[in-house]
Design a protein around this ligand. Sequence first.
Ligand SMILES: CC(=O)N[C@H]1[C@@H](OP(=O)(O)OP(=O)(O)OC[C@H]2O[C@@H](n3ccc(=O)[nH]c3=O)[C@H](O)[C@@H]2O)O[C@H](CO)[C@@H](O)[C@@H]1O
Ligand SMILES: C=C(OP(=O)(O)O)C(=O)O
Length: 416
Amino acid sequence: MDKLLIEGGSRLSGEVAVSGAKNAALPILCAALLTAEPVTFTNVPQLKDIGTLLALLAQMGVKVAREGDSVTLDASGLDNPVAPYEMVKTMRASILVLGPLVARCGEAKVSLPGGCAIGARPVDQHIKGLQAMGADVRVEHGYVHANVPRLKGARLFTDMVTVTGTENLMMAAALADGETVIENAAREPEIVDLANCLVAMGARVSGAGSDVIRIRGVDRLHGATHRIMPDRIETGTYLCAAAATGGSVRLTGTSSSYLDAVIDKLMDAGCEVVSERDAIRLSAPERLNAVSLRTAPYPAFPTDMQAQFMAINCVAQGVAMIRETIFENRFMHAVELQRLGADIRIDGNTAVVQGVERLQGATVMATDLRASASLVVAGLVAEGETVIERIYHLDRGYERLEAKLAALGARVRRLG
Ligand SMILES: CC(=O)N[C@H]1[C@@H](OP(=O)(O)OP(=O)(O)OC[C@H]2O[C@@H](n3ccc(=O)[nH]c3=O)[C@H](O)[C@@H]2O)O[C@H](CO)[C@@H](O)[C@@H]1O
Ligand SMILES: C=C(OP(=O)(O)O)C(=O)O
């Protein structure tokens, strides 16, 4: 099984290009199920999750053509609206086929998803929304079964802000009969990117980016071309890596406009951050100041950056309080960071991190995607060698991680 070997101590410097966003590409590729015409996507990242989703779509009868960062999907032959457990168990986002399949085929059988082990992650809100739109939805033997002649527009309210829930219901509503209003909608930039793609396909969507999204259903959608937005979490991860090492980097093909909360914290930590049109520059001080934070739905601080900030706080000056409010089990990186010499105390959903002068390299285990990213950041500043095991998690979400880090001067290599 692959491992990552990092020799800590290099200050990151130089320029690296950010890839397309995993969490935008996954729902947007599913949107191709809504039309019988080909849809072309560009800036699609080369990630394990994307490969898994494309294989899933292919076994449903979708023709997949991939060249570099471009993917064309032709769902004219869609004949098997089923997502089997074996194909979806590693990926939570597979639930995103549910809404489009029900809307286009009137039926779907989708395995309950897997994903990171960061919490229970039920899909009750997705199901409740489809039921409110007239679908008969049952969960049996680990599968969601949904049937309906045609979905009907409805007023939907989710109990909590859910990103993939909002996306699933938006896609379902695009082909429903009449108007759907999603209240308490997620406001993440990936929702806006999906809405832009749906609109390019002929959907009538307004309000994406606010907490009320209106979708007026149409009879059919058509082909389109859509460029996936930059990955704001990959961007944030490289900013943290540079910050932790006292480095100075320029990230291209990305934008600070999706990252206000993260950049604000990096500046509080003492970094200088300059936004350019399609790039971000960061210069870090010799030692960062500790920064406290609380995760919450966008535009607040993203849970997907919590682990990386825990890593930078491990070597910062002072004490940081980190509160995780989205997922109930998202501190698994803390024990691994402790193996590197970090001083972290967990109390319920709060982690108290007392910065130490230095971390020491050790063998650690990646437990989920962003936990793995935090271990990479910590490994880059630790003295000596850090070996990260189970890096298949990283391959779900970071394109060419070793090559990008090496381009910034990190000493990192994959061990087979
Ligand atoms: C592929 C993708 O885009 N993944 C992102 C998405 O995950 P995902 O969309 O799965 O996360 P949600 O926004 O749905 O989850 C938010 C909270 O709501 C709960 N919940 C959600 C749905 C539901 O039906 N019932 C329910 O109880 C979840 O368990 C969690 O506690 O948003 C998360 C929160 O920003 C990010 O960490 C993930 O990276
Ligand atoms: C939790 C994440 O991914 P997923 O929702 O696909 O498990 C993530 O991207 O940090």
